[in-house]
Ligand binder design. Structure first.
Ligand SMILES: NC(=O)c1ccc[n+]([C@@H]2O[C@H](COP(=O)([O-])OP(=O)(O)OC[C@H]3O[C@@H](n4cnc5c(N)ncnc54)[C@H](O)[C@@H]3O)[C@@H](O)[C@H]2O)c1
Length: 400
């Protein structure tokens, strides 16, 4: 487990996933009886941090030597939660060592590199997986159920609001690492969120066929973990429209510079001919066509209708576990007994492409169509950029 001292590596992957799996006696296999136990080795740069974590959680193995761990046959899966910038190099080493690989998103900093990882993994014949955690959220699982039940009729549109205020770091410490706000360090809200939006949209509604995005840097200077001011070079808000296969239009705002006036930090409204739903991380409210009120626009009269009261809470009807843990269990079953896994490096590369083209769209001030990505795609960043360059585009300052 590489990068286990980080925010995601520690909380979601080590504590909430691997240690929780170990605690329950391992991952249950398809026969419903056999369990395969997990044994982690913590990998990182600081021996002291690793020793502290190992002692705190009763973990036997840790090392600062990634190469040595990769060369050791006892460790079958390489897991990567490093800062994005450091990921591709480490993953290439793990591919060369023949390990199965499970990684955080984005898989790489450029589409070209993300596709290269997918190809190398395929050529090496190793199992590979990328975190798709948002799909496992209770709210999105309930949404999937609504879609599968035909609740919406024809789905027309998706409107999503993601965001909250991330403190600048001066008078209150920021609640995200400072590298998130420096593009030279792999930061930016598009790079962070569009990989999520890609797998959410393609798995629930249809392949993303085009993107138009406007990225902005609303807070130009922030204060880092050491209390030092730094220029924020990355986008901290992005306003985007995605056209999906089948005609659904998705409009998603992503922002670290907005104050929350919603039930949850992310919310999607899905409108269909037969019904609508509003889902968050946990909640899911529905309004079927036959319970839809008939609003009449009248600017002369204050409207006292309780629109929020028109919605019905959709029940969970089952327990939802931590999504990171559930996906880890699926990936381990994929490695151990060849259970299916669609969320591989190629899926990861599609997410990176959407981020890359979202940024290009913002720079160029234009909508960009996205090709179908396959392992054999003859698509380098340069090719897509060349395509952009051949089209007349208004001069556009991009991120401000
Ligand atoms: N799935 C999600 O919802 C989600 C949410 C947040 C972040 N992420 C992703 O998880 C990854 C980690 O993000 P985080 O917020 O935990 O970051 P973090 O800064 O808290 O942790 C990063 C880890 O990488 C290590 N690291 C930093 N620079 C390194 C280098 N040059 N070489 C080797 N190791 C290095 C750090 O020591 C730390 O262990 C990112 O790729 C990010 O995009 C995913």
């Amino acid at each position: 487990m590489n990068g286990v001292s980080g925010r995601m590596g520690y909380r979601q992957h080590l504590v909430r996933s691997i240690l929780a799996i170990r605690e329950q006696g391992g991952v249950l296999l398809a026969d419903g009886e056999t369990r395969v136990q997990v044994e982690p080795i913590l990998v990182g740069r600081s021996e002291k941090k690793l020793a502290d974590l190992a002692a705190k959680h009763g973990i036997e193995h840790y090392t600062t030597d990634l190469d040595e761990a990769l060369a050791d046959d006892r460790w079958q899966i390489y897991a990567d939660f490093l800062v994005t910038k450091a990921r591709a190099v480490a993953i290439k080493k793990a591919i060369a060592a023949g390990k199965a690989i499970y990684t955080e998103k984005p898989t790489a900093e450029s589409f070209e590199e993300a596709l290269e990882l997918a190809r190398l993994a395929d050529e090496a014949g190793i199992k590979n997986g990328v975190v798709h955690d948002k799909l496992y959220l209770p709210g999105l699982q309930k949404l999937k159920r609504l879609i599968d039940s035909g609740f919406f009729g024809r789905i027309l549109s998706v409107r999503g609001e993601f965001g909250y205020w991330v403190f600048e770091g001066d008078w209150q410490p920021a609640q995200r690492p400072s590298w998130n706000y420096r593009s030279e360090d792999g930061g930016g809200i598009i790079v962070d969120m569009f990989p999520h939006w890609n797998y959410v949209l393609e798995n629930l509604f249809g392949r993303v066929e085009s993107v138009y995005a406007k990225a902005v840097t609303e807070i130009p200077e922030r204060v880092d973990e050491r209390g030092e001011a730094y220029p924020a070079t990355a986008d901290d808000a992005a306003y985007a429209i995605f056209e999906l296969e089948g005609g659904v239009v998705a409009q998603l705002n992503s922002s670290w510079t907005t104050r929350v006036n919603r039930d949850e930090l992310v919310e999607f409204q899905v409108d269909g001919t037969h019904g609508s739903a509003v889902v968050g991380l946990f909640g899911c409210k529905i309004q079927p066509r036959n319970a839809t009120p008939k609003p009449v626009w009248n600017p002369d009269l204050a409207d006292d209708h309780d629109y929020a009261g028109d919605w019905i809470e959709s029940p969970g009807n089952r327990e939802f576990e931590n999504g990171f843990k559930t996906q880890w269990e699926e990936f381990i079953r994929h490695v151990v007994e060849d259970a299916p896994n669609e969320f591989d490096f190629l899926a990861g590369a599609r997410g990176v492409l959407l981020a890359e083209q979202g940024l290009a769209s913002s720079r160029e001030g234009r909508r960009i169509e996205l090709p179908v990505v396959t392992l054999g795609s003859d698509l380098s960043t340069a090719d897509v950029a060349a395509d952009v360059a051949t089209t007349e585009a208004p001069a556009f300052a991009g991120a401000r």
